[in-house]
Write a protein that binds this ligand. Structure first.
Ligand SMILES: Cc1cc2nc3c(=O)[nH]c(=O)nc-3n(C[C@H](O)[C@H](O)[C@H](O)COP(=O)(O)O)c2cc1C
Length: 252
């Protein structure tokens, strides 16, 4: 006999087959051997009514900066999240990413790393973010080189960037690849298609002009804002399009 947990249920239920008389399935019930007075074990279906720990996903985001042009996109993500502090950032910078940070920006790689909550060396394939059991909101590779795109598309996890991306994809979490190269040959397009087949979001940092950006910063912010929104992080770096205001626009 087991306690009846059907809504409004009273007393006990003798059912042992996974469905009680009130039609309630015994989700989470388990079968246990309970010693009887005669010493012979008998099977009883028990419902474990003890409270279980149920928590929201930890607010962690993996950010990778690889060696494509556009290191500022990864830096702006880190700057934004460092100000807010409600998201724990896990940063990996590839060796080529370190070179492009120095080449393209006024930042030193160590100052970029200081923006992150946790920094992982790219060779550390045993890092927390290399396992699916380490829960995250997902990953943004900003920018993403063709080399790293190829690694993700082919599940070739020889460094932590590719491994962490592969792990997020197998767990069904968003992986945003800010792939940057131009022009693109068919091999690049094929890799993008293959990565998209695995679940990656192909997100080239292509500016939009309908928001009337005035500075390079405006363009970077809009792109970063949309990428953060794509992994579920609401932000005010971009504006929401509420429809065409231009009276000379095309008639509806
Ligand atoms: C200044 C600079 C700019 C580069 N821009 C790009 C680029 O836009 N796209 C790309 O795929 N590779 C670019 N590369 C080449 C990559 O850095 C190179 O392929 C590297 O091996 C990528 O390695 P990673 O993916 O491990 O960072 C650039 C290299 C340098 C030095």
């Amino acid at each position: 006999m087991v306690p009846c947990v059907a809504p409004g249920g009273l007393g006990s239920c003798t059912n042992t087959r996974g469905k009680c008389k009130k039609g309630i399935r015994f989700e989470g019930g388990f079968v246990s051997r309970i010693p009887t007075g005669s010493g012979a074990p008998r099977l009883a279906t028990l419902i474990d009514t003890r409270p279980v720990g149920v928590f929201a996903l930890p607010q962690r985001l993996i950010v990778a900066i690889t060696g494509a042009s556009g290191a500022i996109f990864g830096i702006r993500i880190l700057e934004t999240l460092a100000r807010d502090k409600s998201i724990e950032t896990h940063l990996v910078v590839s060796p080529a990413g370190r070179a492009t940070i120095a080449q393209e920006t006024e930042w030193q790689p160590r100052d970029v790393e200081a923006l992150a909550s946790v920094v992982h060396p790219p060779a550390n394939i045993g890092a927390s973010i290399a396992s699916g059991s380490f829960e995250t909101l997902g990953m943004i590779v900003a920018p993403c080189s063709i080399k790293t795109l190829s690694a993700v598309a082919n599940c070739y996890s020889s460094d932590l960037v590719a491994r962490a991306a592969d792990v997020q994809l197998k767990e069904g979490r968003p992986v945003v690849l800010m792939v940057r190269e131009t022009p693109l040959h068919k091999g690049h397009l094929r890799l993008m298609s293959e990565a998209a087949d695995h679940g990656a979001v192909i997100f080239p940092p292509v500016p939009a002009f309908y928001g009337r950006p005035k500075t390079l910063d405006d363009m970077v912010n809009a792109t970063v804002g949309r990428a953060l929104a794509r992994v579920g992080i609401r932000n005010e770096l971009y504006f929401e399009w509420l429809g065409m205001k231009n009276p000379n626009g095309p008639a509806e």
